[in-house]
Design a protein around this ligand. Structure first.
Ligand SMILES: [Zn+2]
Length: 375
């Protein structure tokens, strides 16, 4: 058997799921983590990467981006713009494609990318997020058409996506979320809901969410957000978290507000995952990429280990994926990076500046045991 062995030497390994944050060597055999231990001596035939002075973590996971490339409007390039070239080994396309576009999404995007791309299929059958007002006409939410796509492409569909904001639902209020929830139930998949400008109101969305469902743009700064008039966390959000509903960042150009986030943190309500909502309309704006988004959380008071946890282990756990850790036997997705002591000003979606003094910068991405990108 032609075994390929890669030894990653000398990095500070951060693997929150296994409580690791120290210098270790990582051995990768045939695309799988073989061992994480100290002072492994290279053997003949092994490929060796010296990562002394660098950090090494499970491959980063971006739970919310739009990576349909030029196949559908809104998309950025999965590898070049969002994925392996930015330290991200798995990216979730959050609803750019609906049922009608799933075949093309698989053929032209998922099957041709080095980055692992999984889809939250839009509950709007035609065009998904790329169609403004996707749920204004409920005929665009055909359960039969959606279920056929779920059955045909289940291996790449991680969940169902719906956008609960007035620009998308028009006069239909909460109805599109209800239909999407029905679809998610039929499909046996989690539902990811984008919350934004009401109606429907955040409280009504939360009431429909079950264990395993995901709120994205959880900490947006628009009216009717996660805080009530008195600056307290909505009781419905606390109840939802109690039921096992997840709260994702989904930064985007309009959906992450430092002020709201800081208040939520003061109330003890942090995020379950960090994600970008990167798309062609915001890639030149405040989001930039996953490491830039992660860097903001260092300044917002999170330890490096927690930032890695929220960008690897936690999103993988949310979806029950065997990724996001360096446990032996797992797929060898890894990101090597540095934390540069650099001053920068990073903006939220409300154009509020934040001075940061540390920037997370990837230097190498390994996907399935193979070097997928290096600086
Ligand atoms: Zn989005």
């Amino acid at each position: 058997m032609n075994e390929k062995t890669l030894l990653l030497k000398g990095a500070t390994v951060i693997d929150p799921a296994n409580g690791l944050n120290s210098v270790k060597d990582v051995l990768v055999k045939n695309g799988v983590i073989e061992a994480v231990t100290e002072n492994l001596e290279p053997q003949e035939g092994w490929e060796v990467e010296d990562l002394t002075g660098k950090y090494l973590s499970p491959g980063w996971i971006d739970l919310h981006a739009h990576v349909s490339a030029d196949f559908l409007p809104l998309g950025v390039e999965p590898d070049r713009d969002a994925g392996v070239n930015h330290g991200v080994t798995t990216v979730f396309d959050a609803g750019t494609a609906g049922a009608i576009n799933m075949k093309g999404m698989k053929r032209y995007v998922i099957d041709t990318s080095t980055t692992r791309v999984l889809s939250f299929m839009n509950a709007a059958i035609s065009m998904g997020s790329a169609l403004k007002g996707a749920y204004r006409d409920l005929r665009n939410m055909d359960l039969n058409v959606s279920m056929k796509a779920v059955e045909a492409f289940r291996e790449v569909i991680a969940g169902i996506k719906v956008m609960a904001s007035v620009t998308q639902v028009g006069d239909n209020g909460i109805e599109p979320v209800k239909i999407a929830k029905k679809l998610a139930r039929l499909a046996g998949l989690p539902l990811m809901v984008h919350v934004g400008n009401a109606p429907p109101i955040y409280e009504d969305v939360l009431k429909l969410m079950d264990e395993g469902d995901i709120i994205t743009h959880a900490f947006h700064g628009k009216a009717g957000g996660i805080l009530d008039r008195h600056g307290r966390i909505l009781p419905e959000a606390l109840a939802a978290r109690g039921r096992g509903v997840w709260f994702d960042v989904g930064h985007g150009e309009a959906s992450f507000c430092y002020k709201t986030f800081k208040r939520a943190m003061e109330a003890g309500f942090g995020p379950d995952s960090i994600s970008t909502d990167l798309h062609s309309g915001n890639i030149k704006g405040c989001v930039v990429d996953m490491p830039t988004t992660m860097s903001k959380f260092l300044e917002l008071g999170f330890s490096l280990s927690d930032v890695i946890d929220l960008s690897t282990n936690r999103p993988a756990k949310m979806l029950g994926l065997p990724l996001g850790t360096l446990t032996p036997g797992r797929t060898a997705d890894l990101t090597a990076f540095v934390v540069a002591n650099e001053e920068a000003v990073l903006y939220d979606s409300e154009k509020a500046p934040m001075k940061v003094s540390r920037l997370i910068k990837p230097v190498m991405t390994i996907k399935g045991g193979k070097k997928a990108w290096a600086l």
